[in-house]
Every structure is written in structure tokens, then in C-alpha cells.
Ligand binder design. Structure first.
Ligand SMILES: C[S@@+](CC[C@H](N)C(=O)[O-])C[C@H]1O[C@@H](n2cnc3c(N)ncnc32)[C@H](O)[C@@H]1O
Length: 294
């Protein structure tokens, strides 16, 4: 029998799309997409989130409406949003976003390639084959791109890398294919790990990438040249004081998932934790940091 999901659609302005995405993730949506649907007023979008069948939908909708109302009061979402929901078969939304996921060149050397699109002949890039399934990590999001760009600049060959919140496995696979000797990739969500395992296998880096269900607290004995974490701001700030324990003295900490509005607060916290900024990529309202220990 095919799996079903509950699709929650929020009609809002394009500027508010990231905030609404965060609210949908906050009520437990396993995946989100931003669609430019017909019938929506100019400048508007529909942000869709997907809840697993086991989730109690009415309670989630109540929480979502309440948080949207709070976001309106804070002025970060315009009033007049519209929330609808429907039950859909898994294939429908997987096929829907597949159409939007196209090959993407990142930096000087990487190419993120959907598994169902043929590789152009003569391609000389390092190819990361991805079928993200229900997991985050297609490479289309500014936070993933920021992390990939820093990995490309930093990995020279032979490194030990820790990827916290691997999602589809995209960063771990890129690190291995760029030359890292070994990569530990963690995610708290077992479904993401299933997806990541398939992607690791299809990229033939199963010997280099070790996948584990867990969070940063489970990796405190690792000694890494690179720690990469594309998580929420709260998760990044939570792990920060322990990162120097895990990082080798010459190592680099790459983190994303921080909205531009919190850039300075996060930079200050990093300095306090003993880091010196190596680089910052700010794109589409999201910030990615790379820093080494003082
Ligand atoms: C924004 S996605 C990033 C996916 C991928 N690394 C990328 O850059 O596209 C965050 C992932 O982290 C996982 N996650 C969230 N909190 C976590 C935590 N505290 N420890 C480990 N994984 C976590 C989520 O399940 C999700 O797969």
C-alpha cells in the first residue's frame, strides 16, 4: 500500500517564505517546498510542508495558526495568510519537486546531479549524485550551497570530517569525493539516514562515509579537521562550546542555517568560543560561516 502524507499549504508573501518554512519545520514537517502557484496574488507564494501520517494533524494546525498569528504581530509575516491542508500519496509530492531539482554547479569544481538526469558528456566536475527522497539536501538551498563552497575551498585530501545533520548526505558525500579520507555523518532522523545511505552507495563512498543516527553529543570523541553543520541557529549555538573539543588545532568549523538577521549575534558567540572567522557567505537571507580556532 502506498504511503500518504498531509500537505499543509500556506499562502503568503515571497518575503515571508523563509519564516513560514521555519514555522512548518517547527510543527514537524519532514519536508517543505516554496511554489509559485497560479491563483496566488502577484508577489505571493505557497509554502508547503509535509507531515507524516502518524502525526496528529489538527493539533499541529492549531499550533501553526497560533505561531503564524504571532509572526504577524511581530511584522515578519503579513496578515491575510491562508492555510489549507490535504492528504496526498507520497509519489505526488516527490514527483512534484523532482521537476524543480535540476543539476547545479557549485564553486569551481562541484556538480550536484539529480540521479534521474543524464550527466552532460565531457563533464570534468566532481559529481555528487543525489536523490534526496524525503530528506533535506538537494543543494538548491543557500545554506547547503554555502557549506559546499567552503568544503570545496578547504578540503585538500586526507581529512577527517564530521557532518552534523547530514540529511540526504550531500555534504558528507561531497567531502569524500573532494578527497576527505573519512567522514562521520550524523542525523537524528532515521528516515534521513536511509536516504543518505542510498546516496552514499550510489556515489561509491561507502568506505569513506560512516553514517550514524545521533547528534553532536554522540561525536565528542571524534578528532576532526573539519566539522560541518547545517542546522538551525539554536542547534549551531548549542554545539558551539563543544566544537573546540572535537576540532583539531588547525581545523575548520563550517556552519549554516543562520538567517541574516542573526549574523552578528552568532559571529559574537563564535568569537567568545575562541574562533576566528575565515570566511562568511551571505546569500538569499542565509549566512554560512567558516572559522578556525584562535
Ligand atoms: C537543514 S538540514 C541539512 C541537510 C544537509 N546537511 C544540507 O546541508 O543540505 C538539517 C538536517 O539535520 C538534522 N538535524 C536536526 N537537528 C539535529 C541535531 N541536533 N543533530 C543531528 N541532526 C539534526 C535534520 O534531521 C536534517 O536532516
Amino acid at each position: 500500500m502506498s504511503k500518504h502524507w498531509t500537505e499543509i499549504a500556506v499562502e503568503t508573501s515571497a518575503e515571508a517564505a523563509d519564516v513560514v518554512t521555519q514555522l512548518l519545520v517547527g510543527i514537524g514537517c519532514a519536508g517543505t517546498v516554496i511554489a509559485h502557484a497560479s491563483g496566488v496574488p502577484a508577489g505571493g507564494v505557497v509554502v508547503k510542508g509535509y507531515l507524516r501520517e502518524s502525526v496528529k494533524v489538527p493539533a499541529c494546525l492549531d499550533v501553526l495558526r497560533e505561531r503564524l498569528q504571532t509572526a504577524v504581530e511581530w511584522g515578519v509575516v503579513p496578515s491575510g495568510f491562508r492555510v489549507t491542508c490535504q492528504r496526498i500519496p507520497e509519489e505526488d509530492w516527490v514527483e512534484g519537486w523532482k521537476a524543480q531539482f535540476q543539476p547545479l554547479e557549485i564553486g569551481e569544481r562541484l556538480l550536484i546531479q539529480p540521479t534521474w538526469v543524464e550527466l552532460p558528456s565531457g563533464c570534468r566536475r566532481v559529481v555528487v549524485w543525489i536523490d534526496p527522497g524525503m530528506a533535506f539536501g538537494t543543494g538548491q538551498h543557500a545554506t547547503t550551497q554555502g557549506c559546499l563552497e567552503f568544503l570545496e575551498r578547504i578540503i585538500r585530501g586526507g581529512e577527517t570530517v564530521l557532518d552534523v545533520g547530514t540529511g540526504s548526505g550531500i555534504l558528507a558525500i561531497a567531502a569524500a569525493k573532494l578527497g576527505a579520507e573519512r567522514v562521520m555523518a550524523l542525523d537524528i532522523d532515521p528516515l534521513c539516514l536511509e536516504v543518505a545511505r542510498e546516496n552514499v552507495a550510489r556515489n561509491q563512498v561507502s568506505d569513506e562515509v560512516f553514517l550514524l543516527q545521533g547528534s553532536f553529543a554522540d561525536a565528542l570523541r571524534v578528532r576532526a579537521d573539519v566539522v560541518v553543520a547545517n542546522l538551525s541557529t539554536a542547534d549551531v549555538l548549542d554545539m558551539l562550546p563543544q566544537v573546540p573539543r572535537v576540532l583539531k588545532p588547525s581545523g575548520t568549523f563550517i556552519a549554516s542555517g543562520v538567517p541574516s538577521s542573526r549574523r552578528w549575534e552568532v559571529e559574537a558567540a563564535w568569537q567568545e568560543a575562541g574562533f576566528v572567522m575565515q570566511g562568511v557567505i551571505e546569500r538569499e537571507g542565509w549566512v554560512t560561516f567558516a572559522a578556525h580556532l584562535r
